[in-house]
Structure formats: structure tokens, C-alpha cells
Design a protein around this ligand. Structure first.
Ligand code: SAM
Ligand code: SF4
Length: 543
């Protein structure tokens, strides 16, 4: 259940570029499978010591390794970049398999039930006794010993007290650190230890800044540690972020969410809204341009609800302009915008500043005012359409994408049809479509008139089909037009490349030049699919 369909936004999170295609730029090392841009002003690698986060020198960790798997959204992908940055700064090395890792981390998502289930099935792969258990993949990493109390010491020589976690004395316990991070960690907390006693670290996204401290506790011998506060006013600053995408740098500008939509776990798992100061954001953007980035994407669950906590009190639209004015920046993206806080000033900023990309992701969820009220979305259909009209009437052609949920409790056929008619009215360039998934702690869990699974599936299919047709028609109108494209990927097929337009459309195109990665080129559209444009380069290496 809860299968999400991404129509045309498949690359919203950036193109996965093969290691061999990553540029060999100064300040960018492609070792560890990504880009670690952290250096202080004196060129020293950023680590806990140079950042003043620790009183001990930068750890070397004697070649300790970590494996990090990410589930879920772009925010999670970026959180993983931060986690990797922290561990690399402590001297850990990232590896591609759990077998080779001393620390195994799962950065989890619980937005829909299926995503959460996936995490527990991954953790289940470690269950002792299973023939395929990961416990047997590297016996040298484990020793047979009695399970210990949550507060007790870990490792050889530690007292082996029995535990209340449901494990059997004498079972294999991994001598790896196995950690659950992110939304499932925050939602399930200590319960994870009972369900998967081989887990030793549980840490929600609001506590990532404490990760080095938590790992240090485990290294000292503590058996289990948690970081589950959400009432922190700390934002996880990103000085030691390891960047995976060589073309688009993600930056969190606001954490958490105060909106309380009745179906959503995010306010529980990510805590209240906390914005970073504009000065710290702009400083990071400058560091990114120094490292060679020309495109940045500002992130937040409700990015446009940004409130500068410093005396400068920069509005979100002013921040967009300020980021675009940092020398070296050519593209500024932002996601996700909440309709309530989306105003004329943002559209005016896009109109006035070419570097602010002509794309707005504005989730609507439903086309029915009654359903929107039940969802506690804080706007009606008409109010949403007023925001869309601002973009339709803008001087630049702004591409609009959205998120939609079908089968919310009590959604009638007529109300579902209102969602279909909204697609006609808005003409989206892309949509993430979801079946409603009941989530723990959320108000909608107690709502009546639950829609049957088969009916949700039927509505999802109808919705996807309609949106696909709209996209194909919209894309067809672009044949013959020219777009500036940042070249992000190289196909195995000769002379074939891919990248994104400012409107975030994927462009697959032909170019005979040997090396174009990272360049901006002008491409003429010669064909389309519902999800992408096809073209040929007419102008290389734009300055
Ligand atoms: N903050 C963004 C907003 O307000 O639109 C959305 C962030 S949420 C991580 C991404 C999307 O997941 C939502 O827009 C919604 O469509 C979907 N979603 C969230 N909770 C859901 C649920 N319980 N069932 C189905 N889809 C859900
Ligand atoms: Fe969830 Fe609503 Fe917040 Fe978006 S605005 S993260 S859907 S509560």
C-alpha cells in the first residue's frame, strides 16, 4: 500500500552521477563516493576539533568504517550527507557493504506505512537464527556472548547482564554498531531495541549534532544510546556536510514543521520549526561556490515558512535574492513550499532574478475544500488557485509541481473528481501521487469512512493517467524551444547526455563534445516523453 508515483519528478532529487563521471575539481574529492567540501579558512579539514565541537584532536579511528543507507525524501538524503560528513570528519571511512562496515546506519522514513515497514524488514535481516542473517556474513565481526542491559558496557570484557529486551542469553550480538536514524527512530524510540535487540543507536534528525557524542559513548563501551529530543532549538548546521551530488548542493534552511496536517507524522518526527540565520546560510553558500558549485537548493519541509532568527529578519523572498547574488551562483532552487506562506513576493523574486529557478513545488494534496479542511491544510481550493494564478500571470513561465493524496478518510467520488478538475485548472508539470496511509499519532487515524484499499488504488491509477496526459501535452508544446541545461550526466550511449532545465525538467540530449559535465549549454527540444524532454545542443559552454 501507499505506493508513491513520481510523474516527471524522477530527477527532482538530482541526477545520480556515476563515480567515473564526477569532475575532478580542486576542493572536491570523489573518494568515499561523494564530495566532502569541508575545509576551514586555513585549508584544514573541518572536523570536530576545527569546528570547536570537541576538545580532542581530530580522530583517526584506525580505519573504522561505516555503511549508510537512506530511505525516503530529499531531506533524508541531505541529512545523510550531514551524517556522512560528521563521520568522515572523525576519521571514519565510508564503505559500500554492511559486511565491510564497523558502523551500520539506516536513515529512515516513516511518512507512509510502507516506508516504515521497509526499515524493519532491513533490520530483520540481522535477526539471529535466520539462514540468511547478516550475523553470519562476517563472523569475525561478532562474538557469541550474552545480551546486556541497555545501560551496560559493550564489548569484550564488559559484564554480561541479562536484558529485558526479549533476546536470548547466548545469542550472537553483532560487534558492529547498528544504528537507526531519522523518522522511524524518532517515532519508535526505545521500542526499536525491543524489536531489534541488535540495534545499539537510535537517533532522530533533531539530534544529529549529538551523533559524534553518541558514537563516542558506544565506543567507550555503552551498549545502547539514544538521541531523541525534538524540543531542541538547535539546527543541525552543515559545516561538515559530505556532498553526494556534484552539481546541486542541498542546504537545510529550516528544520521541522509547525503545520500539523492531520495525516502527517513530520511534526512528531522532526519537531517544531527552527530556522537558521540568514548569515549562516549565506556563509555556507559562499563556501559552496568556493568548492565549485553553481547550483544550490534550499531545503525545508515548509521552506517558505523560513523566519530569519537574527536581527536582520530577512524574509524568505529576500533570502532567495541574497543567495542568487552570491558570486558564482547561477541557479537557486527551493523546496517544499507550503501554499499558506506562498505569496506574491516569491513570484516577484523569480521574475526579477534569472538565477532563481522558474520552478515551484507547491503541494496541494486535494482539490476539494472539504477534504483540505479535514486535512487541516489551512487553505481552500480557491485560495490555492489564487496562488497558482500569481504564477500563471508571472513574466517568466514558472513550472509548477505538486503532491497529491487520494483516498483520505471520507473522500467521496465527487471530491476525488474535484482533484481531477484541479489538475485541469493548474496544468502541473509534475506530481507525486500517493494513496493515503494511516500513520501513528496523527488525528486522521481516528477519522471515519476509511476508503477501501482497492478504491484508493483505482483513484490513484485514474489520477496518474490524467496527469501523465497533461504532462505529455505540456511537454509537446515545448518542441522547438531552447533551454539552458546544466549537464549532469553522461549516458553509456555515445554523445548522449542529460541534465535539468531551470524549470527542473529532465533533458536528454545529444552533444558531440567530449567533455561537457558541469557546463551550461543551450539545447533545442526535438521530442518529448511525459517525463522528459529530448534535444540537441546548439550552444556549448555558456559563461
Ligand atoms: N511539507 C510538505 C507539504 O506540506 O506539502 C510535504 C512534506 S511530506 C514529507 C511529502 C508528502 O508526503 C506530502 O506532501 C504528502 O503528499 C505525502 N504524505 C504525507 N503524509 C502522508 C500520509 N499519511 N499518507 C500519504 N501521503 C502522505
Ligand atoms: Fe507534513 Fe503538513 Fe508539515 Fe508538510 S506541512 S510536513 S504535510 S505537517
Amino acid at each position: 500500500m501507499g505506493k508513491a508515483f513520481d510523474i516527471g519528478l524522477d530527477r527532482l532529487t538530482g541526477v545520480g552521477v556515476p563515480e567515473s563521471d564526477k569532475p575532478n575539481m580542486s576542493l572536491r574529492t570523489a573518494s568515499e563516493g561523494g564530495l566532502y567540501t569541508g575545509q576551514d579558512k586555513g585549508g584544514r579539514p573541518l572536523c570536530e576539533e576545527t569546528l570547536g565541537l570537541a576538545d580532542s584532536p581530530c580522530a583517526t579511528n584506525n580505519g573504522q568504517t561505516f555503511y549508510l543507507e537512506t530511505f525516503g525524501c530529499q531531506m533524508n538524503e541531505h541529512d545523510s550527507e550531514k551524517v556522512a560528513g560528521v563521520l568522515l570528519a572523525r576519521g571514519y571511512r565510508q564503505v559500500e557493504s554492511v559486511d565491510a562496515a564497523d558502523v551500520v546506519l539506516y536513515n529512515t522514513c516513516s511518512i507512509r506505512e510502507k516506508a516504515a515497514q521497509k526499515v524493519f524488514s532491513r533490520l530483520g535481516e540481522w535477526r539471529p537464527g535466520l539462514e540468511s542473517s547478516k550475523l553470519s556474513i562476517s563472523s569475525s565481526k561478532f562474538q557469541n556472548r550474552e545480551t546486556q542491559d541497555p545501560g551496560s558496557k559493550r564489548g569484550p570484557g564488559a559484564p554480561a547482564n541479562n536484558t529485558a529486551t526479549g533476546t536470548q542469553p547466548g545469542m550472537d550480538v553483532p560487534q558492529k554498531i547498528i544504528g537507526v536514524l531519522g523518522c522511524v527512530a524518532q517515532q519508535e524510540g526505545q521500542k526499536i531495541f525491543a524489536r531489534a535487540p541488535w540495534v545499539s543507536l537510535v537517533c532522530g534528525s533533531a539530534s544529529y549534532r549529538k551523533l559524534p557524542e553518541l558514537i563516542r559513548e558506544l565506543e567507550k563501551g555503552n551498549r545502547r544510546v539514544t538521541g531523541l529530543d525534538t524540543d531542541t532549538d538547535e539546527t543541525f548546521e552543515t559545516e561538515i556536510t559530505r556532498r553526494d551530488n556534484p552539481w546541486r548542493a542541498y542546504l537545510t534552511i529550516i528544520e521541522g514543521c509547525d503545520k500539523a496536517c492531520s495525516y502527517c507524522v513530520v511534526p512528531f518526527t522532526r519537531g517544531p520549526e527552527r530556522s537558521r540565520t540568514s548569515a549562516s546560510i549565506l556563509e555556507e553558500v559562499r563556501q559552496l561556490t568556493d568548492a565549485g558549485y553553481t547550483e544550490v537548493q534550499l531545503l525545508g519541509q515548509t521552506v517558505n515558512s523560513y523566519r530569519d532568527p537574527s536581527a536582520r529578519k530577512m524574509r524568505f523572498s529576500e533570502l532567495l535574492v541574497a543567495v542568487a547574488e552570491v558570486p558564482g551562483i547561477r541557479r537557486v532552487r527551493f523546496t517544499t513550499s507550503h501554499p499558506r506562506d506562498f505569496g506574491k513576493d516569491i513570484v516577484e523574486a523569480i521574475e526579477a532574478v534569472p538565477a532563481i529557478c522558474e520552478h515551484v513545488h507547491l503541494p496541494v494534496q486535494s482539490g476539494s475544500t472539504r477534504v483540505l479542511q479535514a486535512m487541516a491544510r489551512t487553505y481552500s481550493r480557491d485560495e490555492y488557485l489564487e496562488k497558482v494564478a500569481l504564477m500563471h500571470n508571472a513574466k517568466r513561465a514558472i513550472s509548477i509541481t505538486t503532491d497529491l493524496i487520494v483516498g483520505f478518510p471520507g473522500e467521496t467520488e465527487k471530491e476525488f473528481e474535484e482533484t481531477l478538475s484541479l489538475l485541469d485548472a493548474v496544468q502541473y508539470d509534475g506530481a507525486f501521487c500517493f494513496k493515503y496511509s494511516p500513520r501513528p499519532n496523527t488525528p486522521s487515524l481516528r477519522m471515519e469512512d476509511v476508503i477501501a484499499e482497492e478504491e484508493k488504488s483505482r483513484r490513484l491509477t485514474v489520477l496518474i493517467e490524467k496527469q501523465r496526459e497533461i504532462q505529455r501535452a505540456r511537454n509537446e508544446r515545448l518542441v522547438g524551444e531552447m533551454f539552458e541545461v546544466l549537464v549532469e550526466g553522461k549516458s553509456k550511449k555515445e554523445h548522449q547526455w542529460s541534465g535539468h532545465t531551470s524549470s527542473n525538467k529532465v533533458m536528454n540530449f545529444t552533444s558531440r563534445r567530449e567533455e561537457s559535465l558541469g557546463d551550461y549549454v543551450r539545447v533545442k527540444v526535438t521530442g518529448v516523453t511525459p517525463n522528459s524532454l529530448i534535444g540537441g545542443v546548439v550552444e556549448e559552454g555558456l559563461s
